[in-house]
Design a protein around this ligand. Structure first.
Ligand code: SF4
Length: 136
């Protein structure tokens, strides 16, 4: 991932704010982006080469790479782990590229897995009435 991927990442993202206020956003970024290799250029003064996912949050989008972190029974979450960013890499990681788990030796594949790799976000199912289902 690089700043040049912004258009693609924008198209993948959701049209809703990632954070409900600045405290949440900057608190989460301090706990995650401030030690991630993708935003290291911004920390060194080169904002233009910073993480494009951070830029998406600043324009009111939720990146597809943000998965919900742990919630309690009431749905409450901590600011530092509101999301788990699937593109996070420690700034000292020798290989910042994602490393998919390889197919185990001897396991057959019915279809090529490359077509199904990538980021996905779960969305609520539509109400049965909306898809012509049984309405009681
Ligand atoms: S990849 Fe995720 S954790 Fe890393 S800087 Fe970007 S938004 Fe933050």
């Amino acid at each position: 991932m690089s700043p040049d991927d912004y258009e693609r990442l924008y198209a993948e993202s959701h049209d809703r704010p990632a954070f409900s206020n600045g405290d949440e956003g900057y608190g989460w970024m301090a706990a995650n982006c401030d030690r991630c290799i993708h935003d290291k250029p911004a920390r060194q003064g080169n904002d233009g080469q910073g993480c494009p996912l951070v830029l998406l949050t600043l324009v009111g989008r939720t990146p597809a790479q943000f998965l919900d972190g742990p919630r309690d029974e009431q749905g409450r979450y901590g600011i530092t782990n509101q999301y788990v960013c699937t593109d996070f890499r420690g700034e000292d990681d020798p290989d910042p590229n994602p490393r998919p788990i390889p197919t185990p030796p001897g396991q057959g594949e019915l279809v090529p897995r490359e077509l199904f790799e990538g980021h996905r976000m779960l969305t609520p199912l539509p109400e049965p009435a909306a898809i012509g289902g049984d309405v009681r």
